[in-house]
Write a protein that binds this ligand. Structure first.
Ligand code: NDP
Ligand code: GDR
Length: 346
């Protein structure tokens, strides 16, 4: 039985990846942080599932604690490590740049060093959660594996280090180490402060009269949004090849935050009309004329990534991977999941 270790197992991708690997018959080990409130909601159903419960094991740990990581890897002796743990919020990284560098950049180094110290280079394959944020200030559209990087946040700068140290360990120590350069991927499990989940949650709550307004930042940023469940499959595929390599994972479509808002609210049963401009712009409910969306400077970033659009043709050719869920389907499934929660409470 293959053993996988997932850092960030309590996050969106960690939960979907754990589920996928359990389905594939793996013994799955996850690293979770100690927190004062429970943080395992996304994987509790996997722990409770009688069929898999003795194949999912959680270990307390943190990417900022090297000795802890070495001990866990020594105990588990994993065939595959998926490094998904990160301070993953771009805006928050401007407020906590040093911590973000410690966990996202040096955390990756700590894992690679642990593999080396424990002499597991020939056994343990390593996946690094790289990101389309590396492209940042875009000079080339669409972005592929050969597009130059230009990080635009402390998060992206930390992930740039992680990207290159992964390649360096592959070349220097002959490790099987891959970067998945994943474009934005969303789901009902997405953290509530990322824009897609914030919008879908608000659309349903406003429709139900549980929330008055939604405050947003830059409506004109464009993202290539896919479905997280499709994307974790690509992570696994990258570690099943003859040779390690780096891959862009994307849908090949881009949409603005504004388009996401219009579609999500329409799916929730509200038609949005826009009035005003810049920070004065407002979204009104076309039926009632009530202002339900306002712009707040708090949600703008000091430096923004304006346009992301990925070219995942290498992943299609070499991994046989392609994105399945369309933008419209993604928005619909997120709104429906949100609505389902309130229906279940009634
Ligand atoms: P989430 O924010 O949902 O999950 C991040 C996970 O990392 C959580 O389990 C979190 O724990 C854990 N974590 C954070 N800091 C530490 C730390 N210092 N030590 C140990 N664990 C820590 O992110 P996603 O699931 O969306 O993303 C997974 C990875 O992929 C991240 O590295 C992200 O940067 C990257 N990525 C994500 C994309 C996306 O669109 N989702 C696109 C490209 C890359 P806790 O639950 O306790 O907070
Ligand atoms: P991103 O995702 O920064 O692309 O990083 P996020 O959903 O936070 O922002 C997407 C775009 O929406 C704009 N925006 C807002 N964003 C948030 N969070 N809140 C708002 O109110 C708001 N209003 C407008 C942002 O300015 C931005 O342009 C995500 C994370 O998962 C990273 O970890 C990952 O690496 C990248 O995707 C790929």
């Amino acid at each position: 039985m293959k053993k996988a270790l997932i850092t960030g197992v309590t996050g969106q991708d960690g939960a979907y990846l754990a589920e996928l690997l359990l389905e594939k018959g793996y013994e799955v080990h996850g690293i979770k942080r100690r927190s004062s409130l429970l943080n395992t909601q996304r994987i509790d159903h996997l722990m409770e599932d009688a069929g898999v419960n003795n194949r999912l094991h959680l270990h307390y740990g943190d990417l900022t604690d090297a000795t802890n990581l070495i001990r866990i890897i020594q105990d588990v002796q994993p065939d595959e490590i998926y490094n998904l743990a990160a301070q993953s919020h771009v805006k928050v990284s401007f407020e906590t740049p040093e911590y973000t560098a410690n966990s996202d950049a040096i955390g990756t180094l700590r894992l690679l060093e642990a593999i080396r110290i424990l002499k597991l280079e020939n056994k343990t394959k390593f996946y690094q959660a790289s990101t389309s944020e590396l492209f940042g200030k875009v000079h080339e559209v669409p972005q592929s594996e050969s597009t130059p990087f230009y990080p635009r946040s402390p998060y992206a700068a930390a992930k740039l280090y992680a990207y290159w140290i992964t390649i360096n360990y592959r070349e220097a120590y002959n490790m099987y180490a891959c970067n998945g350069i994943l474009f934005n991927h969303e789901s009902p499990l997405r953290g509530e402060t990322f824009v897609t989940r914030k919008i879908t949650q608000a659309a349903v709550r406003i429709k139900l009269g549980l929330q008055e307004k939604l405050y947003l930042g830059n409506l004109d940023a464009k993202r290539d949004w896919g479905y997280a469940k499709d994307y974790v499959e690509a992570m696994w595929l990258m570690l099943q090849q003859d040779e390690p390599d780096d891959f862009v994972i994307a849908t090949g479509e881009t949409h603005s935050v504004r388009e996401f808002v219009e579609l999500a609210f329409s799916e929730a049963g509200i038609s949005i009309a826009w009035i005003g401009q810049g920070v004065e712009e407002k979204g009104i409910d076309s039926n009632t004329g009530k202002v339900i969306i306002e712009i707040h400077p708090r949600y703008f970033r000091p430096t923004e990534v304006d346009l992301l659009l990925g070219d995942a043709s290498k992943a299609f050719e070499k991994l046989g991977w392609e994105s399945k869920v369309t933008f419209e389907e993604l928005v619909r499934l997120m709104v429906q999941a949100e609505r389902g929660k309130y229906n279940a409470q009634r």
